[in-house]
Design a protein around this ligand. Structure first.
Ligand code: GLN
Ligand code: ZN
Length: 760
C-alpha cells in the first residue's frame, strides 16, 4: 500500500487568524495566553483537516509564530548576543524577528530577513559566531508532537535539516567556514532526536531544500556525515526531503547517507523521477511530490496515475505520495472562493484540495478508491478538457500579437546618451532632481472607502471622487515640499500587483487566497488562468487627473511584467516566458496610453525581477534573457522624449547588473541607504551608464533622516557618478508610513538635494 503524506500546511489560518492574533498581541490587545490559544486552535484545525482528508501522517513542526527557521535557531540557542538577555522565550523570539526597543534588552536590531529560495516567503537569517555553541532549549517541536499525539493524530515531526540550516545562516561579524560549526550543531540535533525518540515517532522528516542548489562538494560530504550520524541516533526512520528543484546530480552522495526515505519534487524536477526511481534503493521509501505545492491549479490525476502506477508496482508500500513541497506557499481553501464563477473555481486546488488529490491518487494506486475519490478523478478529467478548450484561456488575438512581436519592438529609438539630451530639454529639471517611488501613505480613510466600495455601501462615483480628492491632496503636499517630479500617490491601489490583476483579462483575484510572506504579512497573488489582455486603460485616468493639477511633471506608475509574473500564480500550460510576454504587451499598451495622455515620465516597477532567478546557475541566463526582453517590450514603445524609470528594492545587483543595464531604463531607483551605499559598487564596477535614483533614506522605519546625513551621501555619490546621472528619492514607496514622518523626511531630503545643488 502506498502512503499519503504532507510536508507542511499553511500556518497563517484560512481567515488569517494567526496574523490577527500576532498583531493583536504586538499591539497589546491580547495576552500571550490568548495568542497561544489561537496557535493551538489553528494547529488542531489543520491536523484535523489533514487527517480527515485521509493522510497517513500529519506534519508537526510546520507551525511557527513567525518563521520556522527562526524558531529552530532559538530552539538550538543560536540567539545573537543582543537578544540573549531576554528571558521570556516569546519576547525573545519576537525581538529576533522584529527588533526590540529599549523596553526589552536595549535597542537590538532584528535578524536579517531574506527570501526562502525562489518563493515569496521570507525567513530570518540565523547569525552564527565562530565560537557558536548550540544547546537544545525549550523545543516547540517536541511540545507540538505531544500535543498532536494527545489529540490522536499520527504525527510526523518536520524539521529543517542541519545542512540547510547552516547554509541559510550567516556569519556574525567576520566570515568563516560555517561547516566548522557542524559537529556542535549535530549534537544539538542529537538532543532533539533523543526527545523525539522518547515519543516513539515512526518517521522524522528532515527538510534539506538546499539540495536543489549548486552545492560545493564539501557541503555534500557534510550532508553524508550529518545523516550517517543522525541515522544512527534516530530510533525510527528518517525521511530526507528536498523540494524546489532536482537532486539527481547528488544521488551518489544521498545513497551514502543511510536515511530510510527520500522525498523528491516531482513537479519542478519531473524529468528526474525515472532516474531517481531506478537509482534510489528499492528497499527504501521514495516519496514523490507530484501535487504542485507552488501553484494553485487542479492536478491532472489520470495522467499522474499513469506515471505513478509502474513505480507503485516496483516499490509497493515504499512509495509515498505527497505535494511537491510544503503547502506554506499556497492559500488554504479554494471552496470558499464564492466570488469566482463555478468554472474558474473548479480549476483551482488550494491546500485542502491538494490533500484530497494526494489521497485520491494514493487510493487509486492502492486499488481502494472511494466514491468521492472516483468523483475527483472524473472532475479532474473534465477540468483538463475544459481548460484546454475554454475561450477564456486561449485568446487568439493575443496569440497572434505575440507571434508578431519583432526585435525592434524591444528597442528605444535612440541610445541613452541622445535620449538624455532630448529629455533634459523637454523636462527642464534641476540637477539632482527629487522624486518619490510612487505610493503615499495609505490612510485609514483610504482603506475604509475601498472597503465601503466593495461592500456596496459607497457608489463607484463617490469612490472615484474620493480618490480624486486624495490625489489632489498628495499633489498639493508634494508641491509644498518642492519635489521636482510628482506622483499621483497610488491611492486607488490596494496592492501594486493585485490592482493590475483586477483590471487585466485572463487574470482573476481571489477573496481569501492569502499566502504568508513574512511574519504576519500575507500577500494575495492574482491568478493568471488565461491569455492576458488589457481590456481598457488601467491607470491613465488617475495620472491624467494628477497632471491636470500641476505644471510639474507627474510620473505615471506601473508594475512591470516580470513582477506581475513573479508575484502571481501563473497557469502551468504555457512557459513562463510566454506569460511574461503577454503581460509585457498589456503594460506596453498602458505605457502608450499614458504617453498619449501627456505623461512624460513613466515608471515601471520591477522589484521582483531578481527573485525570479532560477536556483541553478545553468538556468539563470535563459530567465534573465526573457525577463529583460519582457521589460523592454513593455517600456520601449515610447518616443525618445518620454523618460522611462524603473524601481527595484531589496536587491543584490552583483550577479545581475548586466541584465539591469540591459533594461536600458532612463532612470533606475534603488535602495542605497540601508546598505550604506555599498549597493552602488556593482553599478560603479559595471560602469553603469544610465541615471540612478539613490534611495537616500530607509522608508521601513518611521525615523526622520537628517539633512546632513543625506547631503553627505549625495556628496559621496557625486564623487563617483557624473551629477547628470544622479536622482534623489527615498528607497521605496511610502504607503506603509504615516503622513507626519513622510512629510518631515521628504522635506529633509529636498533640503539635502538643494544644499548639494548649491555646491555644484
Ligand atoms: N510604486 C510602488 C510603491 O511606491 C513600488 C513598491 C515596491 O517597490 N515594492 O508603492
Ligand atoms: Zn521598492
Amino acid at each position: 500500500m502506498a502512503l499519503a503524506h504532507n510536508l507542511g500546511f499553511p500556518r497563517i489560518g484560512a481567515q488569517r487568524q494567526l496574523k490577527q492574533a500576532l498583531e493583536g498581541f504586538w499591539r497589546g490587545d491580547i495576552s500571550s495566553t490568548e495568542l497561544q490559544q489561537t496557535g493551538a486552535a489553528l494547529r488542531t484545525q489543520h491536523w484535523q483537516w489533514q487527517q480527515q482528508a485521509g493522510l497517513d501522517f500529519v506534519p508537526v513542526g510546520d507551525f511557527a509564530w513567525y518563521d520556522h527557521v527562526l524558531q529552530l535557531a532559538q530552539t538550538f540557542g543560536a540567539v545573537p548576543a543582543r537578544h540573549a538577555s531576554i528571558d521570556e522565550p516569546l519576547t525573545q523570539l519576537f525581538a529576533m524577528a522584529r527588533g526590540a526597543s529599549a523596553c526589552c534588552g536595549g535597542n537590538s536590531a532584528a535578524l536579517e530577513m531574506t527570501k526562502w529560495f525562489d518563493t515569496n516567503y521570507h525567513y530570518l537569517v540565523p547569525e552564527l559566531e565562530r565560537e557558536q555553541s548550540f544547546e537544545l532549549q525549550l523545543s516547540p517541536l517536541v511540545a507540538q508532537v505531544d500535543e498532536a499525539r494527545s489529540q490522536g493524530f499520527s504525527a510526523k515531526p518536520v524539521i529543517v535539516g542541519p545542512i540547510s540550516f547552516l547554509w541559510l545562516s550567516k556569519c556574525a561579524g567576520q566570515e568563516f567556514d560555517r561547516l566548522e560549526l557542524l559537529p556542535r550543531l549535530l549534537q544539538a540535533y542529537g538532543q532533539l532526536v533523543e526527545q523525539l525518540n522518547e515519543r516513539q515517532c515512526d518517521w522524522i522528516q528532515f527538510d534539506e531544500p538546499v539540495l536543489s542548489l549548486d552545492l560545493p562538494p564539501s557541503w555534500l560530504a557534510a550532508l553524508v556525515e550529518s545523516y550517517q550520524y543522525l541515522s544512527d541516533l534516530v530510533a525510527g526512520n528518517i525521511l530526507l526531503a528536498n523540494y524546489f528543484g532536482g537532486l539527481a546530480d547528488k544521488l551518489t552522495w544521498l545513497q551514502q547517507t543511510g536515511v530510510d526515505g527520500l522525498h523528491i519534487d516531482a513537479v519542478r524536477a519531473a524529468d528526474e523521477v525515472q532516474q531517481v526511481a531506478i537509482q534510489w534503493p528499492a528497499d527504501k521509501v521514495l516519496s514523490i511530490g507530484v501535487i504542485d505545492g507552488r501553484n494553485v491549479w487542479r492536478a491532472d490525476l489520470s495522467s499522474l496515475l499513469t506515471t505513478l502506477s509502474p513505480l507503485h508496482e516496483q516499490r509497493g508500500d515504499k512509495l509515498w505520495i505527497a505535494p511537491s513541497c510544503s503547502l506554506l506557499h499556497v492559500p488554504v481553501d479554494s471552496d470558499v472562493e464564492l466570488q469566482l464563477d463555478d468554472e474558474l473555481r473548479g480549476w483551482l486546488a488550494f491546500a485542502r484540495q491538494k490533500l484530497s488529490e494526494v489521497v485520491a491518487l494514493t487510493r487509486a494506486l492502492n486499488g481502494c478508491q472511494s466514491f468521492t475519490d472516483r468523483a475527483l478523478f472524473t472532475d479532474s478529467d473534465q477540468v483538463q478538457r475544459q481548460r484546454a478548450h475554454s475561450s477564456r484561456v486561449v485568446n487568439l488575438a493575443v496569440r497572434q500579437r505575440c507571434h508578431s512581436v519583432l526585435p525592434e519592438h524591444h528597442e528605444r529609438q535612440s541610445q541613452f546618451a541622445q535620449r538624455q539630451q532630448i529629455q533634459a530639454s523637454a523636462l527642464q529639471l534641476p540637477p539632482l532632481p527629487t522624486t518619490t517611488i510612487g505610493s503615499f501613505p495609505q490612510t485609514a480613510a483610504i482603506r475604509q472607502n475601498r472597503a465601503a466600495l466593495k461592500a456596496g455601501t459607497l457608489s463607484q462615483a463617490e469612490y472615484d471622487s474620493f480618490i480624486e480628492a486624495e490625489i489632489a491632496d498628495v499633489i498639493k503636499r508634494q508641491q509644498q515640499l518642492d519635489l521636482d517630479v510628482l506622483v499621483h500617490g497610488e491611492p486607488e491601489r490596494n496592492d501594486m500587483v493585485e490592482y493590475f490583476g483586477e483590471h487585466l483579462q485572463g487574470v482573476a483575484v481571489s477573496q481569501y487566497g492569502w499566502v504568508q510572506s513574512y511574519g504576519s504579512r500575507c500577500v494575495k497573488p492574482p491568478l493568471v488562468y488565461g491569455d492576458v489582455a488589457r481590456a481598457q486603460a488601467m491607470t491613465v485616468r488617475w495620472s491624467q487627473y494628477a497632471q491636470s493639477l500641476t505644471d510639474k511633471p507627474v510620473k505615471g506608475m506601473l508594475t512591470g511584467p516580470v513582477t506581475l509574473l513573479n508575484w502571481s500564480f501563473i497557469r502551468s500550460d504555457l512557459p513562463r516566458s510566454d506569460v511574461a510576454q503577454q503581460l509585457a504587451l498589456a503594460v506596453r499598451d498602458e505605457v502608450a496610453d499614458l504617453e498619449r495622455a501627456g505623461i512624460q515620465i513613466i515608471q515601471i516597477d520591477e522589484p521582483a525581477l531578481r527573485e525570479g532567478l532560477p536556483l541553478r546557475q545553468q538556468d539563470q541566463q535563459d530567465y534573465l534573457q526573457w525577463a529583460v526582453d519582457a521589460f523592454r517590450l513593455s517600456a520601449n514603445g515610447v518616443a525618445d522624449s518620454t523618460q522611462i524609470h524603473t524601481h527595484m528594492c531589496y536587491c543584490e545587483f552583483d550577479d545581475v547588473i548586466e541584465s539591469i543595464a540591459a533594461l536600458d531604463a532612463d532612470v533606475i531607483s534603488i535602495e542605497a541607504s540601508r546598505s550604506d551605499m555599498t549597493l552602488l559598487n556593482s553599478f560603479i564596477d559595471f560602469n553603469y551608464p544610465n541615471a540612478i535614483g539613490l534611495g537616500l533614506y530607509d522608508i521601513h522605519s518611521p525615523n526622520v533622516p537628517e539633512v546632513a546625513v543625506m547631503a553627505a551621501d549625495l556628496q559621496r555619490a557625486k564623487q563617483i557618478f557624473p551629477t547628470a546621472q544622479i536622482w534623489v528619492n527615498p528607497d521605496c514607496g511610502l504607503k506603509t508610513r504615516g503622513w507626519p514622518e513622510t512629510e518631515a523626511a521628504l522635506a529633509n531630503m529636498v533640503a539635502a538635494a538643494k544644499q548639494s545643488r548649491a555646491e555644484l
